[in-house]
Design a protein around this ligand. Structure first.
Ligand code: AMP
Ligand code: TRP
Length: 336
């Protein structure tokens, strides 16, 4: 079997509130990989409906994530950009892989446990089997590398396990085992209100995150009101230990400015948070404003955004369809 040697697949759910964690932990890293890899970037709308979504908002968020990818520097001529539900192979492969994934493996997924909470019996099957769909997303394209934030590492290990189980069962080296690519800085951006909680789309407080719809004033306001502690900033990284809010803000500064934590602290060590937050607002606005402005410009022309997705669908499906046909053949499904 032939495998592509370097094909990337990654995705973001169109569930609104796209935030700085998505940018620093995911999208920004993808931009730099376009030259060296064949890239497929998906807007995973089928994952989005694992929790309730308003249909009109889902459509709008799908366009927003698409525009955010492009505004952040992903080239739609080079990369495949499409929404998951348009390529039916994702659902079909997910079914087949689900028949090779023991429940015991899925029971270990911490994200399901967190999202389902105590009411496990009321959680939807889709939320439970979400990591199988994610494995299908990646394996449908025989992707070799998957750039994601730290929170997705467990799901990727499961995708590798499922790929291995499939290969062993049918006694072929069909799927390559996808490598997680988790980048050094800002793999886990934390909430501005609580340095121990992940910055997330679903946090009820909008003050907890900087989003792609915030203008310069909103960004500055959120940073000014971000939780801190009363001590000045330390002069070296070791001094951030036990200070999650300070650690998070310094990490964000470094990721935005392209500096190491030590470099940031060399500049701000010994200073109070008022000074530091002014500096942080400045870099955040400098980096994000051009992106969000371009995104809004694109969203004013939804037909353009939709045309990108349509072209992406055609290119994605052209890779997916023959792979799915091979999988069906291996499984023993009689072709029409
Ligand atoms: P999601 O918002 O769950 O669809 O996540 C989309 C991508 O953003 C995934 O690669 C996540 O790992 C990444 N991501 C989400 N939240 C964060 C965060 N707070 N810090 C770093 N990366 C994140
Ligand atoms: N589950 C991922 C998240 O919530 C999104 C996702 C779906 C994904 N399918 C994927 C990421 C495939 C990488 C590869 O962030």
């Amino acid at each position: 079997m032939t495998h592509p040697t370097n094909r990337i697949f990654s995705g973001i759910q169109p569930t609104g509130n796209l935030h700085l964690g998505n940018y620093l932990g995911a999208i920004r890293n993808w931009v730099g990989m376009q030259k060296d890899y064949e890239c497929i970037f998906c807007i995973v709308d089928m994952h989005a409906i694992t929790v309730p979504q308003d249909p009109a908002a889902l459509r709008q968020s799908t366009r927003e994530v698409t525009a955010a990818y492009i505004a952040s520097g992903i080239d739609p001529d080079e990369c495949v950009i499409f929404n998951q539900s348009t390529v039916s192979g994702h659902a079909e492969l997910a079914w087949i892989l689900g028949c090779h994934a023991p429940m015991g493996w899925l029971n270990r997924m911490t994200q399901f446990k967190e999202k389902a909470g105590k009411k496990r019996d009321q959680a939807m099957i889709g939320l439970y089997s979400y990591p199988v769909l994610m494995a299908a997303d990646i394996l449908l394209y025989k992707a070799t590398d998957v750039p994601v934030g730290e929170d997705q590492k467990q799901h990727l290990e499961l995708a590798r396990d499922i790929a291995g189980a499939f290969n062993r069962f049918y006694d072929v080296e069909y799927f390559p085992l996808p490598e997680p690519r988790i980048f050094g800085t800002a793999t886990r951006v934390m909430s501005l209100r609580d340095g121990t909680a992940k910055m997330s789309k679903s946090d009820p407080s909008d003050m907890s995150r900087i989003t792609f719809t915030d203008d310069a004033d909103a960004i500055a306001g959120k940073i000014r009101r971000a939780k801190t502690d009363p001590e000045p900033l330390p002069s070296e990284a070791a001094g951030l230990e036990g200070r999650p809010e300070a650690d998070n803000l310094v990490g964000i500064y470094g990721a935005l400015a392209g500096q190491t934590v030590d470099e940031v602290l060399a500049e701000f060590g010994g200073k109070g948070f008022a000074d530091f937050k002014r500096g942080l607002s400045d870099v955040a606005v400098q980096v994000l404003s051009p992106i969000t402005a371009e995104m809004q410009r694109m969203l004013a022309d939804p037909a353009y955004v939709d045309s990108i997705l349509h072209k992406g669908y055609e290119r994605a499906n052209a890779i997916a369809a023959p792979n799915l046909a091979e999988v069906k053949e291996l499984v023993g499904f009689l072709a029409r």
